[in-house]
Design a protein around this ligand. Sequence first.
Ligand SMILES: Nc1ncnc2c1ncn2[C@@H]1O[C@H](COP(=O)(O)OP(=O)(O)OP(=O)(O)O)[C@@H](O)[C@H]1O
Length: 688
Amino acid sequence: VPRDLADGFVNNKKECYKFRFQRVFDQAVKQEDIFENIAKPVADSVLAGYNGTIFAYGQTGSGKTFTITGGAERYSDRGIIPRTLSYLYERFSQDNSMVYTTHISYLEIYNETGYDLLDSRHEASRLEDLPKVLIMEDPDQNIHLRNLSLQQSANEEEALNLLFLGDTNRMIAETPMNQASTRSHCVFTVHLCRREPGSATLRRSKLHLVDLAGSDRVSKTGLNGQLLTEAKYINLSLHYLEQVIIALSEKKRSHIPYRNSMLTSVLRDSLGGNCMTTMIATMAADKRNLDESISTCRFAQRVALIKNEAVLNEELDPALLIERLKREIQSLKEELAMSTGEQRDDQLTVEEIQKLEDLVKAFLDDPDPDMTLLLGPDMRKIQYCFSMLKVIYYVLILSLCTVLCDTQDIFSSKPRPKGKTTVLNSVSAGILVKMLKKEKKRAQDAAAQLANITNGQSLVSQNASTLSANPVLKEGSKDTTSTDQGGRATQYMKRGPQLSLGKQEAFEIFIRDHEDHLTVEDNKNLLKQRSVTSRTSTETVVIQSHPASVTRNHTEFEEEVDEVEENLCKHIEKEKKAYKTIIGRLKALRTEIEHLQLLLERAKVKLQKDFHKWWNQEASSVQHVHEAPQQHSGGEDVSQLTSSSIPLTGDQQTDADILAFVNARRNLLKRTGETHKKLGPKPAPVFS
Ligand SMILES: Nc1ncnc2c1ncn2[C@@H]1O[C@H](COP(=O)(O)OP(=O)(O)OP(=O)(O)O)[C@@H](O)[C@H]1O
């Protein structure tokens, strides 16, 4: 910090500050590296059953939202939230030994009031329309958030839809003067529950991903009115956050002032105590922002002093525990009966027999040599299973003998001596045919699954092309991404009145001139490319998943059984490998396509919002001219807009619309004319 001579030639102001951090990333760092270094370790501990929090703190515009949620333009810019969701669901799919359930909540805190960003029932156009979240405390001083909805998300797509629903709500409900992200705190939470199948023990964990409001100090910003109120609230809540952090880092402190603000109450179990907490301090690394950067570093340094002791959140599910205890009692009773000789002699019921048959089938199908057949201490069941196994054993021995004796012409049409061998041949042939049928069915299932993916993606491209054809008139079209939550953006579009023809034309030109136009076009092209690539890959998989060998006809099969079977096995193995590779690639493509689609959806909402804002401004200025033309000092064009030159209806709203349109049209024509002059001849749009 250069010494300021204005402070006197001799002064003790510090010129050099030193801070120590676990990691420092420069502005060229990739989002992927941030995820790997920061979010992945926290996500791993959440998967293991610990609570985790990642929060971004820093001055306005220093990159908090970019780091936590991601940029709105490119797929590669997706931030910690989408990447963590992707990672979590990938890990769930790899771990078959556990059952995972995920819920998502998204809370916004603005001026000390909490709002639920995931409430899809509300047609919010202002922040106040969203459900207000209240803090409740139980006798054990646990915090509960009333009105904050927890939405279950079964897969990555649903979770991403929820994120985009929340972000769209946040954007739509932005205060008119400010960008919401600058003035409010946002807490995106993944609630995870994991249990072993059949076990009564649950592990619950939470992952909070927090985007704090800008930490800029009021004194510097010189604000007044509403902005000053907001800034005061932000400063106060960040001040209380700092107080909590200071208290947590002091070992002797027994009282931690969590209750002072909504933010600290919500993050109560995530800052100190039982949580793995990571803070990201974001800085605008230029001279102008030096003071803010030093203050951010100081804050981060205090956070680094906190020592948490995270413990696993294990609990017992009472319903499952009762169920398990009941089973145990039944089993003990049966064991007792067996050892005291009080055996049951009633017949097994049809359901019991069916269950036993399923058990034996599962037992035989499982290649694991350690697999056991659990029947409980019931002699009737044990005897039944033994007799079943005996029958199966004999059938197999007989068919094996037949296959060994007579592999060359199993299906030979040559006349054979009647009797045992013919019966055996048909048994072994039956088994082989069954095996083949099974393989065929698997291939068919895989093909059907892939066909679904293909359909999904062709709809994606359909959606993209509809958007490019007419971005305004989408009201009637079916939204392919829309689950209940995902269609929030579409709901917003539907809410507005149908645009008149003139307004539509104005909108189309407005879009062309909008700053986001190029990004939207780039993303649409990228989406199309990805859809084409994914369709090509899908077709390859479909072709490969129909191996010719599965559909070989009987004549070939009759001739060379062993060779055919061997080739089939080799072929299937090869196909499996290729299938897995392409499926992996397809999954990555699908995630990218879905993300791009959501980015486009959000861009659409933003364009509409900006357009309506612009249109209303035009309308009010023209109305003003119409009401008091003599007071207006505008040029000749404006003064022409009087009732004498334009036929009006007498209805205030309609007249305002007509005048807005005429004015907008004139402005646009003027702009198009200017562009025309610059770019050379290009026909101006014709308005009806
Ligand atoms: N690492 C980065 N690479 C490219 N662009 C970035 C990066 N970080 C931030 N930006 C861009 O800088 C701008 C401000 O970033 P962002 O909105 O994330 O700041 P913020 O700290 O969240 O601000 P606020 O407090 O207003 O919410 C955005 O346009 C964002 O896209």
